[in-house]
Design a protein around this ligand. Structure first.
Ligand SMILES: [Fe+2]
Length: 163
């Protein structure tokens, strides 16, 4: 990968690995945002309004993560692979159900997406730490903590047996 010249303490091969990592996470986050918006628009049922708003909050948080991950990739001298088409090629999230979706099914599906996202983010913390980039590790830790919180908020809408 060809990097842009930047002033950095990190070696170019290290930065190249970090940019690859950040672009994978960017794709996951873009996919996650689309899942949350799909749920926001298409959820049905008695808890519609609560879930409609909670799913939009998740999409809003994903938007913030997308921006932070993309800009970190560029700060390291890389290019942010930011289009939906590029994200679709490499996302590691499960497919989100299409069409209208009942509240509990929507919560369960978005929880699966968030869990996959949080897992990837935790692995990224380890990888960035191993590469000696505390700032990327810190960003990924922050995102991972926020994803865990959303999983908790969503889980609170489900019966205990299916959380
Ligand atoms: Fe909306």
């Amino acid at each position: 990968m060809k990097l842009n010249p930047i002033r950095s303490e990190l070696a170019p091969d290290v930065r190249a690995e970090l940019v690859t990592l950040l672009n994978l996470l960017l794709a996951d986050a873009s996919d996650l945002r689309s899942h949350a918006k799909h749920a926001h628009w298409n959820v049905k049922g008695l808890t519609f309004l609560q879930l409609h708003e909670l799913f939009d909050r998740a999409a809003g948080e994903a938007d913030t993560w997308i921006d932070d991950l993309a800009e970190r990739a560029v700060q390291l001298g890389g290019v942010a692979l930011g289009t939906v088409r590029l994200a679709a090629l490499v996302t590691r999230l499960p497919e989100f159900p299409g069409g209208s979706i009942e509240g509990p099914a929507a919560v369960a599906a978005l929880t699966e997406s968030l869990a996959a996202f949080a897992r990837a983010m935790r692995a990224a913390v380890e990888q960035a730490t191993r590469l000696g980039d505390a700032n990327t590790a810190d960003l990924c830790t922050e995102v991972s903590r926020a994803a865990d919180k959303l999983i908790w908020l969503l889980g609170s809408h489900l019966p205990e047996t299916v959380r």
